[in-house]
Design a protein around this ligand. Structure first.
Ligand code: AHR
Length: 498
């Protein structure tokens, strides 16, 4: 298949917010415990209880922001249970996720230490479903108050004299479901009330985030924006990719066929429509575009790996997940006017994880590699790329064959990322470069591709799916040519010749 495109390298379309490469880590399964937190006494190399290998890997992909402690867990979490001497912290049952005992060893101090080690911004999700206004207000005071106050003194007594900087604070999670089964009218009123006490202390300015809709619940977006839009900085959207239409049988993470491949990518592409439709509602109540749309839960959701706790949501991750990540990033870039943050669900050992661990072993998933390849777009200027997407048909279903995105970074380098969705065919892409003297530029690239639809990494074979130097590209006569392998994500770098 041959496809043509035009890249206007001199037509900027705004910044691609680096926070769209954000992460979400919940007290769920082996995400926090084992995945991140092993404790100071663990034989697994750690710094203050946090795994060194995981921190190193996440720093490599320049993790910009991390959301915690949930998810559904957030609306059952009482932050005071997670401070003070560990031996005295309350033990509780994690009712949502597997009914296991939560010992609260990972709490506020440990999370803020994690963010410090990662060099990322914290995004803390407060409890509206089962928590009080006072509790939320005191958490913010504990975290950020600089001066004499009961919570600042408690923080100091627990070893942290100086206040932390907390930029992002979520007022509830999925309050239409696990966060209280509320109606949007009721939540909008609660949001207005709770956020009043999420105060800015000193020079700490909090970005207040309202709970937004699930998937295509446009009524929720309409009501919450209408009633509470002026009290928020952002509102969330949750959309997961399930291969099947049934929560009872969502589809397998590996061992699936071409039909499941095609369907999964088609369902991922729905993100574009969802953002478009929700943005249109936001435009009505916020025409200036002040309020951001945060896709703070996205990713694939499959049946759990056989033999694992169904409440732990542990799944493998294949080249299909890499395509899902690339497609979502391309969509988020396109919607950079509204979409200012996105958080993959979840960072480690849960759903579309970028890292899997088994004891002291750690592997990087194909999704991780896409984060790594796309990090060049963080805070870069989105460029106008018009691409003939072609057509990829299977039975009676049709999706684009290729999607792409381009940006220019602060040093002037241009990066183009292209996803070839086809499981069976290469795509020859020719892009006419406008707005630069192409004969003075050169191209190099890196690609992540699969041979089979479910190619993945295992603890025995961690390098089955890894990025490789991409030779099938050149720049001649003002045109960029790339022969994209089937089932691939490719990033090209255009740089002036030395
Ligand atoms: O990511 C798993 C769960 O999915 C989260 O806890 C919840 O917010 C969503 O339903």
């Amino acid at each position: 298949m041959s496809l043509q495109g035009i890249l206007n390298t001199d037509l900027g379309k705004g910044t691609i917010h680096r926070h769209i490469y954000g992460h979400f880590s919940e007290h769920l399964g082996r995400c926090i415990y084992e995945g991140i937190w092993v404790g100071e006494d663990s034989p697994i190399p750690n710094t203050k209880g946090i795994r060194n290998d995981v921190v190193k890997a996440l720093k490599q992909i320049r993790i910009p922001v991390l959301r915690w402690p949930g998810g559904c867990f957030a609306d059952e979490y009482h932050w005071k249970d997670g401070i003070g001497p560990k031996a005295e912290r309350k033990r509780m049952v994690n009712t949502h996720w597997g009914g296991v005992v939560e010992n609260n060893h990972f709490g506020t101090h440990e999370f803020m230490e994690l963010c410090k080690q990662l060099g990322c911004e914290p995004y803390i999700n407060g409890n509206v479903g089962s928590g009080t206004v006072q509790e939320m207000s005191e958490w913010v005071e504990y975290l950020t108050f600089d001066g004499v106050s009961p919570m600042a003194e408690l923080r100091a007594a627990n070893g942290q004299e100086a206040p932390w900087k907390v930029t992002y604070f979520g007022v509830g999670n999925e309050n239409w479901g696990c966060g209280g089964n509320m109606r949007p009218e009721y939540y909008a009123d609660l949001y207005r009330r709770y956020q009043t006490y999420v105060r800015n202390y000193g020079d700490n300015k909090i970005h207040r985030i309202a709970c937004g809709p699930n998937v295509d619940d446009y009524h929720w977006m309409e009501v919450v924006m209408r009633e509470a839009g002026r009290f928020m900085d952002s509102i969330t959207l949750h959309y997961y990719t399930l291969p099947n239409d049934s929560w009872a049988d969502k589809g397998e993470a590996t061992g699936f066929d071409e039909k499941a491949w095609h369907t999964t990518l088609k369902k991922t592409l729905r993100m574009d429509e969802l953002i478009t439709r929700h943005s249109a509602i936001m435009d009505q109540y916020d025409p200036e575009g002040r309020v951001g749309l945060i896709v703070d839960e996205w990713g694939t959701w499959y049946n759990v790996e056989p033999g694992t706790n169904p409440g732990f949501l542990y799944q493998q991750n294949s080249i299909r997940d890499a395509l899902v990540a690339g497609l979502n990033f391309n969509i988020f870039h396109k919607h950079n006017r509204r979409v200012r943050m996105a958080n993959i669900a979840q960072t480690i050992n849960v759903l579309q994880a970028v890292i899997l661990t088994e004891g002291e072993k750690m592997i990087l998933t194909p999704t991780y590699h896409v984060f790594d390849m796309y990090k060049v777009h963080q805070d870069a200027e989105l460029l106008e790329l018009a691409l003939d997407a072609g057509s990829y048909k299977l039975d009676d279903s049709e999706i684009p064959a290729v999607t792409g995105t381009a940006s220019r970074d602060a040093e002037g380098f241009i990066h183009i990322s292209l996803c070839n969705l086809q499981h069976h065919a290469e795509a020859d892409v020719t892009i006419d470069l406008r707005g630069l003297a192409a004969e003075q530029w050169q191209v190099e690239g890196v690609t992540l591709a699969g041979d089979r639809v479910d190619d993945h990494n295992t603890f025995d074979q961690p390098n089955n799916v890894v990025p490789k130097a991409f030779e099938a590209c050149n720049l001649e006569g003002g045109k960029l040519h790339a022969a994209l392998p089937a089932m691939s994500v490719t990033t090209l770098k255009l740089a002036p010749k030395a």
